[in-house]
Write a protein that binds this ligand. Structure first.
Ligand SMILES: [Zn+2]
Length: 197
């Protein structure tokens, strides 16, 4: 039996194993049969179909310069990353937008030193040119809220070891991220989704 509760999940979050529920919309299966979420949304376990899916939570809004946005890193190159914007100023967007995140000004490190594909980030909109959004995470209150392991797709935990600040409990990889300098990141995210109790 799986507990039936409105649970909000993030991309990369483990939902169940294939033996329990099949992979539906908004999920994917790893090589070893674990079902993960691929979107931010509400988990639904359908007992009749024996299927789990994730419903994207949507809300309409426009984006302007200065907005704080919630985004997911989709593609990563050494000097830029493609971010899918999920929400802004505490609300989720109805129509998701794409933005570019540029490397830290003056840094010799590639962007991969600070973010990885699948990470959920808080960023600020710095410019909008011909509809193309640019965002920044280089202020202290901005950065990665949830780090996703680039090796196995699991959610990483905060750690302090040598130069590393995140750790994957599944494959034991240490890595670096530009973390959002606030504690209680999960609470922050739940607040974003309007679920603060
Ligand atoms: Zn891992």
């Amino acid at each position: 039996m799986v507990e039936e509760k409105p649970q909000i999940v993030l991309p990369g979050e483990r939902l169940c194993v294939l033996e329990e529920f099949l992979s539906g919309k908004g999920t994917r299966v790893s090589a070893d049969g674990v079902v993960f979420a691929t979107v931010v949304g509400r988990v639904k376990f359908d007992r009749n179909k024996r299927e789990v899916h994730v419903e994207v939570i949507k809300e309409l809004d426009n984006i302007t310069v200065g907005d704080i946005v919630l985004g997911e890193v989709r593609e990563l190159q050494s000097k830029s990353a493609m971010i899918r914007i999920l929400g802004k100023n505490g609300r989720l967007l109805k129509h998701q937008r794409v933005a570019a995140l540029l490397a830290k000004p003056g840094s010799k490190e590639s962007l991969g030193h600070y973010v990885s594909v699948g990470d959920v980030i808080l960023a600020k909109v710095t410019s909008i040119i011909s509809g193309l959004l640019n965002v920044s995470i280089w202020e202290p209150g901005l950065g990665v809220i949830q780090a996703i392991c680039d090796n196995c797709g699991s959610t990483m935990t905060n750690v302090k070891k040598d130069k590393y600040n995140v750790y994957c409990p599944k494959c034991r990889k240490f890595d670096t991220r530009k973390m959002c300098a606030h504690h209680g990141n999960e609470k922050r995210l739940y607040s974003w989704l309007g679920l603060m109790t």
